[in-house]
Design a protein around this ligand. Structure first.
Ligand code: HEC
Ligand code: HEC
Ligand code: HEC
Length: 227
């Protein structure tokens, strides 16, 4: 790990690094920061407006606060107190150990919720597409499978195509630092859908490496005469 990056990666320095250095350098800077925050003395990081909802960047508090305490609804407004608190609404629902602790994909499949697909017309049905996109990862983590099905059950193609992702396998450059900074998958994951935590890696990294997989060797190592 590069010494200078380690130094500036703390606190408000992170954003400055991401603006000043190419993506590869940011990829190194991010794990340092998250390791620092998840350590024994968690500190709230100043990450400007980059993915401020990211659970990795702040200490987990009550995942399902009452509406009058969630910081979004006006506690002074009477109507806020008429809302059903999520703790009551989610009772007995399928659980996850992250995010707001509800397994939304299962809740939808089990028929616990029936979201309206069109804002005005309640009869519109979603256009569900069952197409998995495998994204091989050069690192030793399992490969990423992007499943269209659990997305298109509630999202329209135009929520992702073409603004977030060009609809062509392998045409988009995706990496963890972009996701943690609220780009690519991070436009939603960590904000409105399940966040990146140590317990959710395997939801995206779900395809085990092939038996004969070996870590890729760099050009420099290949050309090294003393290898
Ligand atoms: C949540 C985001 C999201 C939604 C919604 C979504 N897609 Fe995609 N789509 C992706 C991603 C990610 C890829 C993979 C891109 C890559 O590998 O670079 C992809 C790839 C594709 C591809 C390329 C497949 C290939 O083999 O090259 C097509 C075609 C496509 N999507 C069509 C659709 C259609 C049609 C819908 C709506 C029914 C849809 N997508 C909804 C994210 C989405
Ligand atoms: C929301 C989905 C998602 C989650 C959750 C997620 N990843 Fe990733 N990860 C990706 C995607 C997409 C890529 C890019 C794959 C590619 O190369 O196309 C990636 C790439 C990576 C890479 C390769 C280096 C890089 O930065 O691109 C590593 C290492 C990695 N992830 C580790 C993790 C670990 C550890 C966790 C859990 C703490 C995790 N990921 C959680 C989607 C996810
Ligand atoms: C436009 C918003 C959006 C984008 C962009 C997006 N997702 Fe999702 N994703 C969702 C929603 C909403 C769900 C369902 C609710 C949930 O699980 O939190 C979901 C669910 C999933 C699931 C299913 C998890 C399960 O429980 O079965 C996986 C896997 C996943 N996303 C991976 C990805 C990856 C990888 C990317 C980037 C290539 C990505 N998503 C981009 C919104 C998005």
């Amino acid at each position: 790990m590069n010494k200078t990056i380690r130094k500036v990666a703390g606190g408000a320095g992170l954003l400055a690094v991401s603006l000043a250095l190419p993506m590869a350098a940011v990829a190194q800077a991010v794990p340092v920061t998250s390791a620092e925050v998840t350590g024994s003395t968690p500190t709230k990081m100043n990450v400007s407006n980059a993915n401020v909802f990211n659970r990795l960047l702040k200490k987990e508090t009550d995942p399902n606060p009452d509406p009058w305490e969630d910081g979004y609804h006006d506690p002074e407004n009477e109507a806020t107190h008429a809302l059903q608190p999520p703790k009551v609404a989610y009772e007995g629902w399928p659980r996850t150990p992250f995010g707001n602790h509800v397994d939304w994909v299962k809740a939808l499949n089990d028929g616990l919720i029936n979201p309206r697909y069109d804002r005005v017309d309640p009869t519109v049905e979603p256009l569900v597409m069952d197409l998995d996109i495998v994204r091989p990862v050069r690192a030793s983590v399992p490969d990423v499978v992007f499943p269209h099905k659990p997305h298109t059950e509630w999202l329209h193609c135009s929520n992702c195509h073409p603004k977030i992702f060009i609809p062509q396998k392998g045409a988009n450059q995706i990496n963890m630092s972009a996701i943690l900074l609220g780009k690519k998958c991070g436009v939603c994951h960590g904000k409105v859908s399940f966040p990146v935590t140590t317990k959710s890696c395997k939801l995206c990294h779900s395809k085990p490496k092939p038996e004969d997989w070996e870590p890729p060797v760099s050009e420099a190592s290949l050309k090294n005469p003393w290898r």
